[in-house]
Design a protein around this ligand. Structure first.
Ligand SMILES: [Zn+2]
Length: 333
């Protein structure tokens, strides 16, 4: 991503960050908050490149070719650290080793930057350790915290960060952009719902795993509807092997949720907003056969399963429980 793309996708966030860099008034700590797919991570990398680039254009746009730009792109710049959840949380040891790393002077200059991904996943002790770090004044250190759920973070941390909101584009505008960029109109609404970033959407569009995921999810829905006895077999034969990682399963559950959302939208007469426009005729039949109450229970069950993904449940068990609820089984806890 370059600044031009960033300004198009997130005008508000881009303006604040760019003006900070231009005026050499970069905040000590930023909080990038916004939904998944709004480009927070790409923006943090862009800011890093702008700050470290050796021949930036107009002091802002990174050249993309110098050694610093390259190392940031490859994730191996010695003065830039990325902290990500280790399993389900960010642990105190991770913050401690970050602080230790930063107590040394910069390897190449005194400038340093760290990025904390999913910052709300810090344990309380990790958050308190980070807080001390944020309180130690160091003019040349920049922190960027990324989160989808700022409400789950310590207020004391939030108050030390300059918050930058990343907005989701309305799906219909994103869909239009994708179609203009050459994505098939049948696939565009789903991609626009999954991510707000044009580049990511275009990559997904060319991604075989994703294309296959869409097929498997639609097939599971068909099996649930027409052949419930076969549903466990369908899970074992196709689903479990395809949605192995937690993030993959999260996408799988989203894709499944969107089917029920479409059926609900048909019931509500919002047929122009379907995520699976090519399934319209089929879903129309289903919409007539299912009560909105049942539909909402099914959607709740999927959301519940998504939530459970964050508490280390066995994914196969999670799916088995979910399909029982979706096919109208009796286990409704
Ligand atoms: Zn550069």
């Amino acid at each position: 991503m370059n600044w031009q793309d960033f300004e198009q996708e997130q005008p508000y966030a881009a303006k604040i960050l760019k003006s900070g860099i231009e005026k050499s008034r970069v905040a000590h700590a930023y909080l990038f908050e916004g939904d998944r797919g709004t480009g927070k991570r790409a923006a943090s990398m862009l800011v890093a490149q702008s700050l470290f680039c050796e021949n930036s254009i107009d002091e802002v746009e990174p050249c993309g070719h110098c050694i610093n730009c390259k190392r940031i792109e490859n994730g191996n710049h010695p003065d830039i650290h990325l902290v990500e959840p280790d399993g389900l949380s960010i642990k105190i040891e991770q913050i401690r080793s970050l602080r230790k790393e930063f107590s040394k002077s910069g390897l190449e200059s005194n400038k340093k930057l760290y990025i904390i991904v999913d910052a709300e996943k810090m344990t309380i002790s990790a958050a308190n350790s980070l807080l001390k770090f944020l309180e130690e004044p160091n003019m040349e250190t920049t922190a960027i915290l990324l989160t989808e759920q700022p409400q789950r973070m310590l207020p004391t941390i939030l108050s030390r960060c300059q918050a930058i909101s990343f907005k989701s584009l309305p799906t219909n505008i994103m869909t239009k952009k994708l179609i203009e960029a050459g994505v098939h109109s049948v696939k565009a609404p789903l991609l626009a719902t999954i991510t707000n970033q044009l580049q990511e959407a275009l990559e997904l569009n060319d991604d075989d795993w994703f294309a296959q995921a869409r097929k498997i999810v639609l097939k599971l829905y068909e099996v649930l509807k027409q052949n419930p006895l076969y549903v466990m077999t369908a899970l074992h034969e196709e689903w479990n092997g395809h949605f192995k990682e937690k993030q993959q399963l999260e996408i799988g559950l989203d894709l499944l949720l969107f089917i029920y959302k479409d059926i609900l939208y048909i019931q509500l007469g919002k047929e122009t907003e379907l995520i699976y426009p090519d399934q319209h005729e089929k879903f129309k039949v289903d919409a007539l056969q299912i009560s909105s109450g049942r539909l909402s229970k099914q959607m709740t069950a999927i959301l519940e399963a998504k939530r459970k993904l964050n508490v280390n449940i066995n994914p196969q068990l999670l799916m088995e429980q979910l399909v029982l609820k979706l096919q109208g089984g009796h286990i409704f806890v």
